[in-house]
Design a protein around this ligand. Structure first.
Ligand SMILES: CC(C)(COP(=O)(O)OP(=O)(O)OC[C@H]1O[C@@H](n2cnc3c(N)ncnc32)[C@H](O)[C@@H]1O)[C@@H](O)C(=O)NCCC(=O)NCCS
Ligand SMILES: Nc1ncnc2c1ncn2[C@@H]1O[C@H](COP(=O)(O)OP(=O)(O)OP(=O)(O)O)[C@@H](O)[C@H]1O
Length: 285
């Protein structure tokens, strides 16, 4: 690599890694999120806390940085897919070491890892849709070194015949691109605070995501309650309106009663915040 592009790659990689970590922290702190860890408490989780989520987010900065460095201005091919698969799994181990064996961010490493790589492949720039398309190309490539484990998420996709985290990435993140990013920007334009705009973006994801976290903990009943409840918040005028706030509080109660936690939706909100930051770094920083 020539000197100038190496400097750009190193500086760019560091910036991207910090941005990705910050988006995980912003997602975790955002409140009130139904069923999820937030700054009020642990949601439906007994083994998670905000402090743990933040520690986990920080533990992932070196992983995101390595992903960006290795991907800088490279094409989507099997060699790169293998490299990022290896780095992603190393990242999962770092996360597990930082949390004492609790899964805080596996889904987030997958989604944000692919997006960080994709921005770097494009040389540190690009529009959200371009970035999501490149991430999808990577996600569609085979990773022969991937262990053949039958995770809870995978089991839910088979049992309920729904797409999961893998398919969301392979389809270029439709919940981020078609639901969350447009909603985030619409709510900002309508004068909502940044917190309300982010909560509305989360609701937009939850109206139609087949969240395998919710399915494996609370089945179809939980998934339907999540989708209908999120729809109710948005059709009541969003989280900035008094009716929307009441609907959001009701959804939180339902999720807790069903032991349901929309972890997949939370990961995709972090991915949304990341793409938003890439497109408007001077505003979001
Ligand atoms: C593809 C992944 C997510 C594994 O998926 P799997 O189907 O086995 O499910 P698993 O239960 O482990 O994780 C799913 C996680 O994704 C999130 N999620 C759930 N549902 C969805 C959904 N519909 N859309 C997006 N994310 C979702 C949740 O947070 C959940 O915890 C990933 O862990 C993986 O393959 N990692 C290997 C490392 C790798 O290749 N990395 C490359 C990029 S860094
Ligand atoms: N704020 C948040 N609160 C809770 N979960 C989140 C949050 N943000 C993201 N997540 C995601 O949710 C997932 C946790 O879901 P879940 O607890 O169902 O996973 P698990 O540890 O595999 O299962 P279980 O806790 O039922 O044994 C994490 O992988 C993480 O990506």
């Amino acid at each position: 690599m020539k000197l100038l592009s190496r400097i750009q790659a190193e500086g760019g990689a560091e910036w991207l890694a910090r941005a990705a970590t910050q988006c995980l922290i912003d997602e975790a702190r955002l409140s009130p999120k139904p069923g999820l860890v937030d700054s009020r408490g642990n949601g439906a989780h007994h083994d998670l806390s905000l402090a743990l989520m933040e520690r986990s987010a920080h533990s992932l900065t070196p992983t995101f940085q390595a992903l960006a460095q290795q991907s800088w201005q490279r094409p989507a091919d099997v060699a790169l897919r293998q490299t990022i698969g290896r780095l992603g799994r190393e990242g999962e181990r770092q996360m597990m070491a930082a949390t004492g064996g609790v899964n805080t961010h596996r889904g987030a490493i997958w989604a944000l890892g692919l997006l960080v790589s994709a921005v770097a492949m494009l040389g540190g720039a690009g529009h959200a849709q371009q970035i999501a398309n490149v991430a999808a190309e990577l996600a569609k490539l085979p990773d022969p070194a991937a262990p053949k484990v039958f995770s809870k998420g995978l089991r839910a996709t088979h049992r309920y015949r729904v797409p999961g985290a893998r398919e969301e990435a392979q389809q270029a993140f439709p919940h981020v691109m078609r639901h969350a990013l447009p909603q985030l920007r619409l709510s900002r334009l309508n004068g909502g605070s940044e917190t309300h705009a982010r909560l509305d973006a989360l609701m937009a994801i939850m109206t139609s995501l087949s969240d395998t976290c919710v399915l494996s903990r609370a089945g179809l009943e939980g998934l339907e309650a999540m989708q209908a409840g999120a729809h109710a918040v948005l059709s009541a005028g969003g989280s900035a309106s008094p009716q929307g706030q009441a609907a959001l509080a009701e959804l939180d109660r339902r999720m807790l009663a069903l032991n349901a936690s929309p972890g997949g939706a939370a990961d995709l909100l972090a991915a949304t915040l990341f793409l938003d930051r890439i497109e408007t770094p001077y505003i979001a920083n």
